[in-house]
Design a protein around this ligand. Structure first.
Ligand SMILES: Cc1cc2nc3c(=O)[nH]c(=O)nc-3n(C[C@H](O)[C@H](O)[C@H](O)COP(=O)(O)O)c2cc1C
Length: 410
């Protein structure tokens, strides 16, 4: 082999070092290429009890694990030689435009995870052209969410609790603030058993014990933010000390039925979506009541464990009610490819819970931007690789659901 001395001219192109990013948050977020990367950053920066509250699910967490597995267990079937130079991720959902086929799911206690909470979520959603959902258990006032996302779409999530007047007063405020959609969550007759919260003694406000103090030491920013910003206040209750499960049980009304839903529907001027539907029969009943949409969801696995997998329910529910009622889906979405698969099997829209919260905990507003950016890029790339340039072109043939543990032919 003949060797030679490298010439400066040959070395120059190899030595184009990128300008280092001096802003630590930007550097941190730029290093996250997937939602799982954001999750890892979030875990390093958030006290264990708050992180576990977000990440955890009910009982043995089987519902959540299965929902994620179901997304992983698909095969995409691409078409070749299509012009995919331009892809369009936008569509119309509940009578108005959305820039991408996902929105931010309602989550409670959001400012506990990171102090910017709902303001970060609502402003990021507004900037990206996707809807933001505020939970009944949210930690930012309805009007402040509207101010953070003044021209974008805001949805309000209702838990019907024992004090009906107070819950309907919130609905009234949401309507006055111009929220265009009411999500009525129906999978919480009682709280699921969130064992991580019990084990962590997770309470609101957080209790200072030797364990929490020790855990706080490497996470000073969270504590500084927590102690130097507006104290946590809930949209719906003034003060609470106890675990989240106890709080939910004290508030939620296990007597709520379809009649109550019809009563709520009469009073709400906008679109109404029922969130937490888990069977074809219930989907049919809701469609016959004339709701605008249903969300197939098991609450991110936080309620009934071993619940049906929303993604598996999707094709049949779409077949049964999809013509008259929009079918939305959540639980387990951790990548844009998951969203593409759901749209291909007939979902009109999806919601992200933890994927948003991991971004929030990793970097506040910019972290949520990063979540939305990662998912948007993954959706666009997956669509291009499948050979489609619009959501309407996605169809069930693009996805094969693989069956696990099927004996191999000999
Ligand atoms: C920390 C946390 C809090 C939640 N709080 C609420 C809530 O207040 N109301 C509600 O309807 N759903 C709530 N959910 C469920 C989400 O709206 C959504 O259904 C779920 O997170 C979707 O699953 P994913 O986290 O895998 O995306 C919560 C979920 C999480 C993770």
């Amino acid at each position: 082999m003949k060797r030679r001395f490298p010439k400066p001219r040959d070395l120059a192109p190899l030595m184009q070092f990128k300008k280092p990013e001096l802003n630590a948050k930007k550097r941190r977020l730029a290093s996250a290429l997937t939602i799982y990367d954001l999750r890892d950053i979030a875990q390093r920066r958030t006290p264990k009890a708050a992180f576990d509250y977000t990440e955890g699910a009910a009982e043995a967490e089987i519902s959540l694990a299965r929902a994620r597995q179901a997304f992983e267990d698909i095969q995409f079937n691409p078409a070749i030689l299509r012009d995919v130079s331009v892809v369009d991720l936008s569509s119309e959902v509940l009578g108005a435009p959305v820039a991408m086929p996902f929105g931010i799911a309602p989550t409670g206690f959001t400012r506990m995870m990171q102090t910017e909470g709902e303001i970060a979520g609502a402003s990021a959603a507004g900037a990206a052209g996707i809807p933001f959902s505020l939970s009944t258990m949210g930690t930012t006032a309805i009007e402040d969410v509207k101010a953070a996302n003044p021209t974008g779409r805001n949805w309000f999530q209702l838990y019907m609790w024992k004090d009906r007047d107070r819950s309907m007063a919130l609905v009234d405020r949401a309507a006055k603030a111009g929220f265009d959609t009411l999500l009525v969550t129906v999978d919480v007759p009682v709280a699921g058993a969130r064992l991580r919260d019990k084990r962590n003694g997770f309470s609101i406000p957080p209790q200072l014990t030797p364990g929490t103090v020790l855990n706080a030491l490497p996470r000073p920013e969270w504590w500084i933010n927590f102690l130097t910003t507006e104290p946590l206040a809930f949209a719906s209750l003034d003060r609470w000390s106890g675990t989240v499960g106890e709080l939910l049980d004290s508030m939620f009304d296990p007597t709520v039925t379809f009649d109550d839903l019809a009563w709520i529907k009469e009073q709400w001027p906008g679109k109404l979506v029922v969130k937490g539907v888990q069977s074809v029969a219930d989907a049919r009943t809701l469609a016959s009541m004339g709701v605008d949409g249903i969300t197939l969801s098991n609450h991110g696995g936080r309620q009934l464990d071993r619940a049906p997998i929303p993604f598996h329910l999707l094709p049949e529910v779409v077949r049964e009610v999809g013509k008259d009622t929009e079918v939305h889906l959540d639980t387990g979405i951790m990548s844009g490819a998951d969203i593409v698969a759901a749209i291909a099997l007939g979902a009109k829209f999806t919601l992200i819970g933890r994927a948003y919260l991991y971004g929030l905990m990793a970097g506040g507003r910019e972290g949520v931007d990063r979540t939305i950016g990662i998912l948007g890029d993954q959706i666009a790339r997956t669509m291009r690789l499948l050979g489609v340039k619009s959501l309407a072109e996605l169809e069930p043939g693009h996805v094969t659901q693989l069956e696990r543990l099927v004996p191999r032919a000999r």
